[in-house]
Design a protein around this ligand. Sequence first.
Ligand SMILES: Nc1ncnc2c1ncn2[C@@H]1O[C@H](COP(=O)(O)OP(=O)(O)OP(=O)(O)O)[C@@H](O)[C@H]1O
Ligand SMILES: [K+]
Ligand SMILES: [Mg+2]
Length: 685
Amino acid sequence: MNMPATKAVVVKTPEQPKTAISALWRPALVQAFVKLDPRQLQRSPVMLVVELTAIFTTVLCFIPDHAVPTFVAAQIALWLWFTVLFANFAEALAEGRGKARADSLKAGSEGLSARRKTTNGTFQVVPATSLRKDDVVRVEAGEMIPGDGEVIEGIAAVNEAAITGESAPVIRESGGDRSAVTGNTRLVSDWLLVRITANPGESTLDRMIALVEGAKRQKTPNEVALDILLIGLTLIFLLVVVTLQPFAHFANGNLPLVFLVALLVTLIPTTIGGLLSAIGIAGMDRLVRLNVIAKSGRAVEAAGDVHVLLLDKTGTITFGNRRCSAVYAAPGVSAKELAEGALFASLADDTAEGKSIVEYLRSLHPQPEPSPEVLTAVPFSAETRLSGVDYQGRVYRKGAVDSLLAFVGLNRADLAPTLSREIDKIAQSGGTPLLVCADGKLLGVIHLKDVVKPGIRERFAELRKLGIRTVMVTGDNPLTAAAIAAEAGVDDVLAEATPEKKLARIRHEQNDGRLVAMCGDGANDAPALAQADVGMAMNDGTQAAREAANMVDLDSDPTKLLDVVQIGKELLVTRGALTTFSIANDVAKYFAILPALFASIYPQLGVLNVMHLSSPQSAILSAIVFNALIIVVLIPLALRGVRVQAVSAAALLRRNLLIYGLGGILVPFVGIKAIDMLLTALHLV
Ligand SMILES: Nc1ncnc2c1ncn2[C@@H]1O[C@H](COP(=O)(O)OP(=O)(O)OP(=O)(O)O)[C@@H](O)[C@H]1O
Ligand SMILES: [K+]
Ligand SMILES: [Mg+2]
């Protein structure tokens, strides 16, 4: 068979330099004009209204009005256009940061080919883009894995740098919780047979590209709600402005159309309307830079409000390569008998645990082995928590202590004290004891060892400061669970949990009105990951978990949920802060401009004219200029996000109301006055 090597491309994760913004402003400037297209602008209704007023005012410039000099009307029109352009610029800047990453990801996936298994068992080279779900491909050392999938045969080292930026290779193998592979990552050793699990356009890479190309992103329910509020406010102010004219007429005055249009724009929530989309895109961009892929913005926002975090133990809190480190025979059982029983019970077990037991026994207790064909495998399941084989009429099993005792019809009290003590010792050290039996006779116990990931404890403490409770849910026995829980510093433990129990725990928390996040890696975590408000799968886990979750952490680091929570909070707080600022701003402008406008018509209003703006037309132009410039001033904040400290939500709200509410009222007074003085000095009004 002639099998050319698939195209090998190395995609480096671009490091985001500090000067990113200055390098991005040029293309963003171009995009700001492109986005003037009303079809694009309709995503932001407030800005669409501003564009309409800009067009209207531009037309009015050509219809002479003795009340407003044309050069003032022209300046108003110009600044209205600037308002839209500045908002577009903010959005384009936010998008631009992700675009570079998307481009390099796309470039890496172009021209990739795959070796697809045909119906007659041979392999055929096809373009990677033609692969469909359930296709089987063979990948060899040095080649790129052509799509997301599950390893069905083989074990190999994979370099995932193209996706995660992490160059240390990781092991992927069939069976167990380390079976998922990601498209566009490179095999560095051996070979794998992979069952493709994603159709074109649905892979991790595609999702990542869609995520960083903000333009195609869906609005979150929160954003839609805020949009509706902004449209409502726009309509209210439209009504206010329309009804001003009758007041003026009543006093035999007349308010020029240009002023009314301009007044409308200063009053509607343009600041938040213009920055809303940029805030959302920038939030997702921060997430992508963290190497977390979210399937929806909604999940990220939910993360900002999470109360409880559930974590699976093995592979999430611990490294997950539970390995056999020792075996202890029950009293009256020879070492040879135990070794045989434990080996046979593991020969057909393709979980990492099973393989480690076989490896351990082969090196320490070499013995003749039956060939695999004569064994009837009983695979491990999270339900039974047992595994083993039937061989020559004999029943070999191993499994969790309680499950195996139930299987042989014994109680814990029936165990020989020495064996019982051995089990407790293993569990208290954080290890997992597996009982072994043959034909109902207890042979002894296997010690599976696992290691808690470093730094977990500190991160959980930080989560606690944010008011988030951590709960470890594990299929393991209570003693092991308690030992690992103590080492990791979680707040609560649920041991001997089946997939149903994990699910029930989440439902229970949710029924009490709490938002729940769940981190997991196993197929048995999938239902819980799907049920949780924020389900974060470890990328090196199973495909089932990755599919059920609404987020995937490419670095498989559960403590990253802390950062995701932070980003979610920042997103919500930034949006809230700028909405507060925007609305407070508009209220202030209302009081700043109206007295100036009506001063000649209703001289009594003069007492309200605290700002003493030089003339009505200066007042209105200054307000329009301020209104446009404030968007530019707030772009960095919208992109960077408001920093969120680990304080209570109430304290945060109080502080933000003070800063952004009070600031929003005061800033326009100062700003408009300053612009008024400048415009007057420059003889622009
Ligand atoms: N290959 C195996 N054969 C027999 N028993 C096993 C095997 N692997 C694990 N067990 C037992 O089954 C229990 C449940 O394992 P499982 O992987 O489902 O745990 P889990 O629910 O994912 O929790 P965690 O991953 O946090 O340990 C383990 O604690 C262990 O006692
Ligand atoms: K405004
Ligand atoms: Mg697990």
